[in-house]
Design a protein around this ligand. Structure first.
Ligand code: ADP
Length: 664
């Protein structure tokens, strides 16, 4: 047997059957160990980070996962074609598919994970629970016989008593779970859970458990080797969940009793030993307010939240997975320690203002601060396309500190400075969680979000934030130089001001902007705008705001730093020019809405035009403002030519509407 810490790794080439941040993460450790990496990818991921980092990349089909990442035959064929000696499944996709693990082994390759038998047993909540009872691991009281008919199940569940939780045996990701608070609701909850489980997993078997009130989710990381050793790597707390999905995870658990930690760790090791567990796995427990804990399930793979364990233990869990897969023995339990505190938050491409539905788009900026105590596990970078085909998690943002208070303050600071533009994310929601006093105090339970941030939506931007954005939009930048230079002293006192109209979802914000001898004045306060490479500092009054902007047509993606950070998509609403044709009695002069340049003049004096026809286009504030005919009519005169610089309020042309014109 090779020693765990010396010599070339027995595994030489690993195919990673996954994508996104976990494929990147696994590849990094492979490279650190001198192991070559084979990436597989769908057509949608040809330019993805996990492909770029690999030594060999194999396309395995179209974007939908079932035609690529979930296609066992294609993944195996790619492994054979590239001479890989092992397959790492990551999490999700094929990672808990016992048939796939078996097929990998049958093909003469190493599956980096547990045996198919252990996977099958733990993938079945009812069978797993029975195995745990046999191993002396505490479980949640309830009915774990999944063969009962509804008629048999209902009276037994009634005996257990409400509150209850109906759970799909094949469940995952919170699907097929229904709480029941009144016995009268039990039959409908059972029917609904069966329907949902059948649709999601093709398996409608159920168990019923006591619903634990105000519980914490505590899980223990375990690793088993091929020599019968199982060690634990302490706990993670994952109590902050949205719709039963973890969004914040930490290690150690806040204010955790050392005796309880030891009891839960012992139970987790017993659970893993009971199924001859080999590889990295997680035993999840639910911890009641009374301090009693019970087995929930075992995840037979590397988990999303493994980095917090790595940061407090100094262990590279992927390296350990590779080592035990190669037959190397684990170190002894008493060599393992936990130091400091780590917190992870999951950054999702989703729209908090729209029910947290997955969001897609082009990441025009993906910039997470680096520095001491910060780790970013990411599958994307600036320029990436976020598609609807895959899990919306973009990255995991992880902080580490000597204690929880330091870790929390690093988290708050990082979340304030993280800039993600072009795709909606939950960044502001995560920042709101991190700023919650209960979170800072470590007072956690699985109902945390419902209790502290119910129905959270992004806050409306305040006037100062809007003024800062308006200043950045209105202030000339290098590309505007010609316009503003040719305008001459546009800053002369008395130059007419204009209005910047920004729409933030359904909120309309107006900021008045004027160019004066003192500089730019926004909402009656002088604003000093200093542009840097990709951000702009706005000093206005006694407030400094750093604005990062990425503009796509009339949509401005902005990140605002300052006391409160925010990311928003603001629409610059063009001033309507004479939208109301009735105002045009007789004739009208059309004026430039703001300082800018005439980029097109489509008409000449005497032209007959129809309503809606674009007459002149003025470019200002990095967008084009077409000035259109409000009604059918005639162009009386044109005062500007293409290329002219114009000031706010300057006459562009004279127009006469047809009705009044004909009659008059
Ligand atoms: P899944 O496999 O869908 O993730 P789990 O059994 O792991 O399902 O449970 C997911 C989450 O649901 C847990 O983290 C916990 O918040 C909640 N939960 C599960 N079982 C119970 C229970 N008996 N009482 C209260 N909450 C529970």
């Amino acid at each position: 047997m090779d020693d765990a810490s010396t010599g070339a790794h027995p595994i030489t080439r690993v195919l990673i059957a996954n994508r996104g941040e976990i494929a990147v993460r696994v590849a990094q450790t492979c490279h650190a160990l001198g192991i070559e990496v084979v990436a597989v990818h769908s057509d949608a991921d040809a330019d993805a980070d996990h492909v770029r980092i690999a030594d060999i990349a194999v396309p395995i089909g179209p974007a939908p996962a079932r035609d690529s990442y979930l296609d066992t035959d294609k993944v195996l064929a790619a492994a054979k074609a590239t001479g890989a000696d092992a397959i790492h499944p990551g999490y999700g996709f094929l990672s808990e598919n016992a048939a796939f693990a078996q097929a990998v082994t049958d093909a003469g390759l190493i599956f980096i994970g547990p045996s198919p038998d252990a996977m099958r047993l733990m993938g079945d909540k009812a069978a797993a629970k029975r195995a745990m009872i046999a191993a002396g691991v505490p479980v949640v009281p309830g009915i774990d016989d999944d063969t009962l008919t509804d008629e048999e199940l209902i009276p037994l569940a009634t005996e257990v008593g409400v509150p209850l939780l109906v759970k799909a045996v094949a469940g995952g990701g919170g699907k097929g779970m229904r709480p029941v608070h009144e016995i009268a609701d039990l039959p409908e909850a059972i029917a609904a859970a069966r329907r949902e489980a059948m649709a999601a997993f093709g398996d409608d078997r159920l168990i019923v458990e006591k619903l634990i009130q105000r519980p914490r989710h505590i899980e223990i990381q375990v690793v088993g080797d091929q020599h019968g050793n199982v060690v634990h790597l302490f706990e993670r707390e994952c109590s902050i969940q949205r719709r039963h999905q973890k969004i914040v995870e930490e290690s150690p658990a806040a204010h955790f009793d050392p005796d309880l930690r030891q009891q839960m760790a012992d139970a987790a090791v017993a659970a893993a030993k009971a199924v001859d567990y080999v590889g990295a796995g997680t035993v999840e427990f639910i911890l009641g307010e009374d301090g009693t804990f019970a087995f929930l399930e075992m995840n037979t793979r590397l988990q999303v939240e493994h980095p917090v364990t790595e940061l407090v233990t100094g262990v590279d869990l992927v390296a350990w997975q590779l080592d035990v897969a190669a037959g190397r023995p684990l170190p002894a339990q008493d060599t393992l320690t936990s130091t400091g505190h780590a917190i992870e938050v999951r950054l999702y491409a989703e729209d908090p203002a729209n029910e947290f539905l997955p969001a897609v788009g082009h990441l025009s900026l993906f910039d997470i601060p680096a520095g001491p105590g910060i780790r970013v596990d990411s599958g994307v970078s600036t320029g990436a396309e976020v598609s609807r085909h895959y899990d919306p998690m973009l990255a995991k943002l992880i902080v580490f500190g000597p204690d929880r208070d330091v870790a929390v303050s690093r988290l708050q600071s990082m979340l304030r400075r993280a800039r993600v533009l072009g795709v909606q994310t939950n960044l502001d929601h995560l920042a709101a969680v991190a700023a919650t006093p209960a979170f800072m105090a470590g007072d956690l339970h699985t109902g945390f979000l419902d209790e502290h941030l119910p129905d959270w939506t992004p806050a409306t931007l305040d006037d100062g934030q809007i003024a800062a954005v308006a200043a950045v939009i209105a202030a000339p930048d290098a590309s505007d130089a010609s316009v503003f230079t040719s305008l001459g002293p546009w800053r002369t006192t008395g130059s007419p001001g204009w209005t910047v109209h920004l729409r933030d979802r359904d909120h309309d914000h107006l900021a008045s902007v004027a160019a004066t001898s003192l500089g730019l004045v926004v909402d009656d306060a002088t604003a000093t705008v200093t542009r840097q490479a990709d951000a702009t500092h706005v000093q206005r009054g006694d407030r400094t705001t750093t604005v990062t902007m990425s503009t796509n047509g009339d949509r401005h993606w902005v990140h605002l730093d300052g006391e409160i950070a925010a990311t928003r998509v603001l629409t610059l609403v063009p001033p309507t020019r004479h939208a109301d044709a009735s105002e045009l009695a007789g004739g009208a002069a059309f004026v430039s809405p703001m300082p800018g340049a005439v980029i097109a003049v489509n008409v000449a004096a005497g032209d007959v035009v129809t309503a809606g026809q674009p007459l002149v286009v003025v470019e200002a504030m990095k967008m084009e403002h077409p000035i259109t005919a409000p009604a059918d009519g005639t162009i009386v005169d044109v005062f500007v030519r293409a290329g002219d610089a114009v000031d706010a309020g300057q006459d562009l042309l004279a127009f006469e509407a047809a009705d009044t014109g004909a009659d008059g």
